[in-house]
Design a protein around this ligand. Structure first.
Ligand SMILES: Nc1ncnc2c1ncn2[C@@H]1O[C@H](COP(=O)(O)OP(=O)(O)OP(=O)(O)O)[C@@H](O)[C@H]1O
Ligand SMILES: [Mg+2]
Length: 184
């Protein structure tokens, strides 16, 4: 019997809409997979559709959804999976709950000024918020509580995608979750 129980971990990407969570999650997924890790991405819209079709965007619903995602992440992490979560998760106490549940937790603040996110607006959400078609967009009408002590902060208005991904990889190495020799 060959036992290769890798240490699982959860990379939790938090940030306002269009800050770059999905883009970074997919790029990080590619690198980790190339290095032979079992990877799952639990990203925003797709996870919401599957786990929480019953929920909207009130604070309570956002919290219930974040708790579901944290629970699924916990199950995967304890089975040695590298889990990458992309979730606005705007409230500090949601993220602290996830940290406690998951244990091997790497909080990444995907930082980007709202003005830049409004210019990007890949889903047209900011436009809708400004036109009054939606009234609960994080960063415009709903609050975003900035992380106080994230393991990693990436600023996607100043760094390239590659730089942001490398920062996360370096932190994963520092924390002993991945082997530096394999990820260079
Ligand atoms: N350095 C960068 N890192 C990540 N994304 C970047 C960067 N520079 C520009 N972008 C662009 O910013 C946009 C970010 O969109 P993305 O869908 O990844 O955001 P998101 O945080 O997942 O948003 P949402 O919360 O709405 O799902 C993309 O169009 C991406 O190409
Ligand atoms: Mg996204």
């Amino acid at each position: 019997m060959v036992i290769d129980m890798r240490k699982g971990f959860g990379v939790w990407l938090t940030g306002i809409p269009a800050s770059g969570k999905t883009t970074i999650a997919r790029a990080l997924e590619t690198v980790l997979r190339e290095n032979g890790l079992n990877v799952e991405v639990l990203d925003g819209d797709e996870v919401r559709k599957n786990l929480s079709p019953d929920l909207g965007f009130t604070k309570e619903d956002r919290e219930t959804h974040a708790r579901r995602v944290a629970y699924v992440t916990k199950l995967l992490v304890r089975n040695g999976v590298a889990v990458i979560v992309g979730l606005i998760s705007p409230f500090r106490n949601f993220r602290e709950h996830a940290r406690k549940q998951i244990g091997n937790f790497v909080e990444v603040w995907v930082k980007c000024p709202v003005e830049e996110c409004m210019k990007r607006d890949p889903k047209g959400l900011y436009k809708k918020a400004i036109n009054g078609e939606i009234n609960d967009l994080t960063g415009i009408q709903d609050p975003y509580e900035e992380p106080l002590n994230p393991e990693v902060t990436v600023d996607t208005s100043k760094e390239s995608l590659e730089e942001s991904v490398n920062k996360i990889l370096r932190k994963l190495e520092d924390l002993g979750y991945i082997n530096p020799k394999k990820t260079n």
